[in-house]
Write a protein that binds this ligand. Sequence first.
Ligand SMILES: Nc1ncnc2c1ncn2[C@@H]1O[C@H](COP(=O)(O)OP(=O)(O)OP(=O)(O)O)[C@@H](O)[C@H]1O
Length: 238
Amino acid sequence: MRPLLELAGVERRRGEGWGAFTLAVEGLSLRQGECLAVTGPSGSGKSTLLDLLGLVLRPDRVEAFRFLDRDVAALWRSGGDGGLASLRSRHLGYILQTGGLLPFLDLRENVELSRRLLGLEPDALTDELLAHLGLTHLKAKKPRALSVGERQRAAIARAFAHRPDLVLADEPAAALDPPQALEVCRLMLKLAAEFGIALVLVSHDWVLMRQLGLAEIRVVPEAGASGCRSRLERIADA
Ligand SMILES: Nc1ncnc2c1ncn2[C@@H]1O[C@H](COP(=O)(O)OP(=O)(O)OP(=O)(O)O)[C@@H](O)[C@H]1O
């Protein structure tokens, strides 16, 4: 089976001059439905990696970048964003640290938002997700009337509701206490497995990631390199 996502020789610089930072991805691949943890210290480049995978940040150097058999490197080179925007909206789901729900929509409307923007018909998945995440009884509430954990579970439902191929989660449990963080991460993994959706989970909390037993990529700042530079290191499966 061809990988869902495949990168080789990708680099991206942030900032200019003396303080510039570069993330170098020598090679990275992800299979359909595979779940991966990305860990690393603060400022090492985890979000930069997620933004590259999310087709948001344009690489400065790229030998190969394929997603769903599309040549992303060629799409970036062509300058236009048309192909990238549709890949992003149809095939990717995002979960952010703070949920990012729209305050004027109720929980169910928030969860259905990505489907509605894509013009997809309502389907049973929304209710399934709400049930899986223990949100059914809260579906008519506005975000302000939800707890932080409930908002985060709603953000998870929203990221999966349009059946993307890949969900990217940037510190999705950082605002939660340790037991809630573990529960929320386990729920994400359960949903990913049930629906065959690949998941990249970024966290500075490597202890939590180890508890989940996920394959792990560590973003490692390189000692002695000129300027600030990080590379990826694959840690053996926990
Ligand atoms: N827009 C930007 N302009 C310039 N430098 C940036 C920009 N965004 C990030 N950086 C720098 O790039 C480096 C990597 O940042 P990034 O946010 O990817 O790290 P991170 O591992 O996600 O950090 P954290 O865990 O603290 O969120 C840092 O040195 C940061 O200061």
